[in-house]
Design a protein around this ligand. Sequence first.
Ligand code: NDP
Length: 333
Amino acid sequence: NTRIVLASRPQGEPVPDNFRLEQHFIGLPGEGQVLLRNRYLSLDPYMRGRMNAGRSYAAPVEIGAVMDGGTVSEVLQSRHPDFRPGDLVLAHAGWQTHALVDGRTLKRKLDPAQLPLTTALGVYGMPGFTAYAGLHEIGKPQPGETLVVAAASGPVGATVGQIARLQGARAVGIAGGQAKRAYLEELGFDAALDHRAPDFAEQLRAACPDGIDIYFENVGGKVFDAVLPLLNDFARIPVCGLVAHYNDRQLPAGPDRLPLLMGQILSRHLSVRGFIQHDFISLYPQFLREMGAWLREKKIRWREDIVDGLENAPSALIGLLQGKNFGKLIVRL
Ligand code: NDP
């Protein structure tokens, strides 16, 4: 088994030396266990948080431990009654070529005749579910409302925008660079903006003539600053991620804008709610049904950025935090 472990904790941006590639012996499955060969590894922004020492919503990866991650895996050997060699499964088997796991931790079997296997890591998996659940439970788009989402070419943001449009809202997408902006237009976003444009805040104002009713928060930073003055009364803000800040080492220099934020929350009657997709896991069967139909009917589209080889996972994750990925980032093993 070839695997990548956390060698040291990053200070700010991760660097290749924070990771170590090593060989590791794996035994045979015990009672209830399954031996997996991992075919695809998902790289996700939350992995940056796991590299820190402090507990956020999930425990950190220990130094020397294999990096965490969702996988599409093939069963090689099984001592669990529900799985047989050759089965393809959605697992959480980490940054490694093989893994021995408890059969009960396997999330579901996959059928490549239904949808491409990689979708189980993106639009038809955790990120797609995040978009679906965050809108269903918090954003609640209504016909004619304006929704804004950034990181909009990624698996969460692209899905948020497309679901909002299916539900009759206007979707304004924000992404970094011209190519991603053009892709948002292709997906049908009503407006597509580049957050790197010098006049980005003015562009956002022009793209939201009726204000903003839902801001699906994926990034924080400058995007949130531009959104805040445009929020309508009773706007909803599902706080899903703050990827612009994951490498921060300290709070930004003043002025302290917390009173401004709290003042807006009060006077605009804002609902700001943080969530982790797992909070809404009871919606998962409904998500599989409804999203499965949307995907098969081509009402929702997706894009993937596939990198070959486990050894390239560290640089790909570093790039993800800088916006170098274009679509759902996946490593083919
Ligand atoms: P993406 O594939 O969209 O990758 C992250 C993207 O963030 C980059 O490609 C980049 O896109 C954008 N980005 C990075 N830095 C900045 C910045 N400074 N300003 C604006 N945009 C930036 O990721 P996902 O779709 O997987 O995840 C999107 C968000 O959802 C993340 O914050 C993630 O942590 C969160 N999330 C939360 C979950 C939950 O349960 N709460 C579950 C899953 C994801 P660009 O080039 O367009 O700037």
